[in-house]
Design a protein around this ligand. Structure first.
Ligand code: F0G
Length: 430
């Protein structure tokens, strides 16, 4: 049977080529559902291992390597890809020590073509836009989605339109949207309102929406999990820890793990921990209250990527928490920036939101939920160059309400050899 769209609440089904994001009957979120029954015997670890290192498109992409799990019926010629994925999974003893576990890996999604995990979802979403023959695509964004969409839309010859919040877009991300030739609208509204606006405007003008409410985005993002598990030689870690904003990744991770388990590619489910910034914690509060009566929050955090108060994928994220016996934790901006300084300091770096994975793991170890002997995979969602202002502000001790615990202070010297030697003589390399 071909893949279909299916409402996660009422189960209503729709053809895969219908332009829709929520159920016409009950307004629930939609899944792309694949029928694995016929291909089940062909989908095995060897198939995906045999494609490692291939030069042939689309399988040279770390998303389309898993095509059978993402979009089995897709005509390969329709794929819009930048060979995304194939990101490193770093074993990091110094980070493990910082958070208090024996083994910690960080999956660096900032190593994607536009510097964030969004490229994995965007190849899925823009490919579907191509299948549907769309000429204009749009998104609201805190910066990374727009950078990625601008790139993929341009590659596909489509007009990308991005709705940006009026304040606090990290410079690296803003620059990418403009550079890749998207139509950039800076709107006097926050991310949550911009998402409502882009959906309404796109409906009226026949534009395809590429926020993570689009289920094809989430199909692509499942590949983060597939790749982690494959890089671990198909062994399952005890925990996977991910930042939560609009909750697209959390939702995609749950579906990916559910499907891997269903297909017998893994023999047990890892536990998922979703980490939110304390100033943008609607899921955390909802989780604490036993998922009764959701209330959005007015978001504010230095991790501008996740400055989101009304996450669109809330119901899918709750489903993920059920499937994975998951937990939700919150961390302060101080904890985020200190964890970021640690990740930066081991030489791989990340943007502030990504550091939630490390700060959150540390907090969950301190609370006794993650055990020191557990194997943890944290996901770094964005590249260190995305938000240079936050990094420099931290090390220059110029951020409001943050005291840099791991400061790398810039030294100043005159054109004077003795002074320079004097300055360097105190510094022992680590
Ligand atoms: N980390 C980074 C670097 C992000 O850019 C985002 C989301 C997240 C984490 C949260 O992921 O929404 O799947 O829970 N950024 C979106 C954007 C909202 O517009 O770029 P999520």
């Amino acid at each position: 049977m071909p893949s279909i769209l299916q409402c996660i609440d009422c189960g209503q089904q729709y053809p895969i080529n219908q332009v829709m994001y929520t159920c016409d009957t009950c307004n629930g979120l939609l899944d792309v559902i694949h029928d694995f029954s016929e291909s089940k015997t062909k989908i095995n670890r060897e198939l995906f291992d045999s494609r490692l290192g291939t030069l042939d498109p689309p399988y040279n992409s770390g998303v389309w390597r898993y095509k059978e799990l993402i979009y089995p019926d897709l005509d390969n010629d329709k794929t819009v890809s930048r060979m995304e994925g194939n990101t490193n999974l770093y074993p990091l003893p110094r980070i493990a020590q910082f958070v208090g576990v024996d083994t910690m890996y960080l999956k660096h999604e900032g190593e994607n073509p536009t510097g964030s995990f969004k490229d994995r979802g965007m190849t899925g979403g823009v490919t579907q836009a191509n299948v549907l023959g769309m000429q204009r695509v749009a998104c609201a964004s805190t910066g990374n989605t727009s950078a990625s969409m601008a790139s993929y839309a341009s590659r596909a010859g489509m007009q990308g339109i991005i709705f940006l919040q009026n304040k606090q877009i990290a410079l690296g991300k803003l620059a990418q949207g403009i550079a890749f030739g998207a139509t950039c609208l800076q709107i006097n509204a926050d991310f949550d309102r911009n998402l409502e606006l882009v959906r309404e405007v796109s409906e009226r003008l026949g534009i395809y929406v590429l926020n993570s409410v689009n289920p094809f985005r989430l199909e692509g993002q499942k590949s983060i999990i597939f790749e982690v598990i494959q890089q671990l030689k198909w062994q399952v870690p005890d925990w996977i820890v991910v930042p939560g904003g609009n909750l697209g990744n959390s939702s995609a991770f749950g579906k990916a793990l559910f499907e891997l388990h269903q297909l017998g590619l893994i023999d047990r489910m890892p536990r998922l921990a979703i980490i939110q910034a304390q100033g943008a914690n609607p899921l955390y509060k909802h989780y604490q209250e036993g998922f009764k009566n959701f209330t959005p929050v007015k978001a504010d955090t230095i991790a501008t990527a996740i400055k989101i108060g009304n996450p669109v994928n809330l119901q899918k994220a709750i489903r993920t928490l059920e499937w994975t016996s998951g937990v939700v934790e919150q961390v302060t901006d101080q904890q985020i920036m200190d964890a970021k300084a640690m990740v930066d300091g081991v030489g791989i770096g990340c943007e502030p939101a990504s550091a939630c994975s490390v700060a959150g793991t540390k907090k969950l170890v301190e609370r006794g939920i993650i055990k020191p002997e557990d194997t943890v995979v944290g996901v770094l969602t964005g590249h260190v160059l995305k938000d240079p202002e936050a990094t420099i502000g931290y090390h220059a001790d110029q951020l409001d309400h943050i005291v840099p615990a791991y400061r790398n202070q810039m030294l100043q010297a005159d054109d004077n050899i003795d002074q320079i030697i004097n300055l360097l003589s105190d510094r022992i390399p680590v």
